[in-house]
Each structure stands twice: as C-alpha cells, then as structure tokens.
Design a protein around this ligand. Structure first.
Ligand SMILES: [Zn+2]
Length: 269
C-alpha cells in the first residue's frame, strides 16, 4: 500500500455543494439538518461529521466555527476566538492520541483560491488511517524572521517556506492550554494581515496546524494561483522582502497603543 497518497473518491466529490463562487446556493452549514451529523457542540461552535467524505481511508470532520455565515476568523471577538481554538486544538490532539490514525490533519481554507468550497467559516480535522501528514514537513519550514516572542510563544515570517512566497508561523507549547489563546491571537493577526495589508489582490489563505514534539505550530499561507515551479518541481520560493513583512506586521499590530494591543490586553483569557 502506498502510504503517501490519498485517494479522492470522485463519485462523492461530484455531489459536494459549492458556495464560495456561487453565493446564491444554500449554505449547508446554516441548514438545521446539520444536527444529524453532530459529534459535539460548544455554544455556536459545531463539530460535525463531513457529509461528503471524499478522502478514502480517513475520518473527515468539520468544525463549523460560528453561526454567522458571513463572518471570518480575522473578525471574531476575542472571547469567541479563544473558545474556538481551545475547542479545536483539544479535539485535534484527542484524535491524535486515540491511536486510531496514522496522523491527523487540522486545517482551514478561506477564499476562492484556498481550495475550499463552502464560504461559511469552518475548519477541518481529518484522521488519516495510513498516511503520515508530516512526511514532507521539515523543521526549517517554521524558521523565520521574528515578529513577536513572549514567554514560550513565537511568531515569525518563514525564511524557508514550504511552498512560498510568504508564510507566517505561530507556535505555542502543546501541553499548555492557556498558551493556545495566545496562539489564537497570533493566528488572527496573521489572517487579518493577509486579507487587509499584504497584497491588494489577496482574498484567500490557508491555515495549517502541526504537532511537532511538544509544540503546536500554526502556518498561515496567503493563496494565489500556485506557482508552476512548485507544481512541476516542488521548488519553493521565498519572497525577498520577508524582513519588511515582519516589520510591517510588528508596526501594525504590536506597536504600543495600537488597537490590536489594546484588544489583546483587555481580552478575557
Ligand atoms: Zn452558512
């Protein structure tokens, strides 16, 4: 058995709804019948089985992040953001520890170039029976120009991106649940930066989580059409202005007295 390939089940894929490009299609995550697939609920956060499990030999679940169809992670109130990250990370780590899967993916797609199909804010936790999702993940993919660092946290811009051109990395200790809310703050800043201050044409990003030794890493990648250098040769490219990007994020979000610093200091944790 090839344990590096996932099989996409086309007959199921054909039935999947699409609401990112076709906003008039009914949203499946606003529909009441979602309760049939409910695994667990925490207020407005619903953890459900994926109704269209297109990936063979996996357990595909969806975290419906909010009941606000038009919202976005970069807009969440701090209390909700923190609640979501505590819930999502805990369920992801629990699935890892269950021993039922070779590895467990936790990711989020946002926007038309993210690879997602449903606009309603959600993320996915997917248990892989045979494939190791960390097979091609390297420690250097998380090294970078530091934006912020406090206690055991880290926030940087990749100098060795996985695919390119600009990737933001945030990290927290896996065993310290209170630190996950700081991780949530970093990720929210990254999502907000990518959608508002990075590039005028950027409407899409992916968020990926990785569990490496005793740390959790989150990687936020603004998405455009994927580079042929990467598609054809797996050659990643790094932007030559990552130092400026780090400085810009620092100036926008970490300057004393900025709105974001004030929100952070007054947030309930
Ligand atoms: Zn919706």
């Amino acid at each position: 058995m090839d344990d590096t390939l996932l099989t996409f089940q086309t007959h199921i894929g054909k039935q999947k709804p699409e609401t990112i490009r076709n906003r008039n299609n009914p949203c499946p995550f606003c529909q009441p019948q979602i309760t049939e697939q409910l695994i667990e609920q925490d207020g407005p956060i619903l953890w459900v089985e994926n109704k269209y499990p297109v990936l063979k030999d996996t357990c595909q679940t969806v975290l419906i992040e909010t009941d606000q169809c038009d919202s976005e992670l970069s807009l969440y109130e701090k209390a909700h953001l923190h609640r979501l990250f505590r819930f999502g990370i805990r369920r992801w780590l629990d699935m890892e520890q269950s021993g039922e899967y070779r590895s467990v993916i936790y990711l989020k797609n946002h926007g038309p170039l993210s690879g997602g199909t449903i606009a309603h804010p959600h993320s996915q936790i997917i248990g892989l029976k045979h494939v190791d999702c960390m097979h091609q993940v390297r420690p250097e993919h998380f090294m970078g120009i530091q934006i912020d660092s406090r206690q055991e946290m880290e926030f940087n811009v990749s100098t060795h991106p996985r695919s390119g051109f600009v990737e933001l990395n945030a990290s927290a200790p896996a065993g310290e649940e209170p630190a996950w809310t700081d991780l949530a703050d970093y990720v929210q800043i990254a999502a907000h930066f990518v959608l508002n201050h990075y590039h005028a044409a950027c409407t899409s990003y992916n968020l990926f989580f990785y569990h490496i030794d005793d740390r959790i890493w989150a990687k936020i990648i603004p998405r455009f059409v994927t580079s042929p250098m990467y598609i054809g040769y797996s050659i990643a490219q790094v932007a030559d202005h990552v130092m400026e990007i780090a400085g810009k994020v620092r100036e926008l979000y970490f300057r004393e007295g900025s709105d974001w610093m004030t929100r952070r200091e007054t947030a309930d944790v």
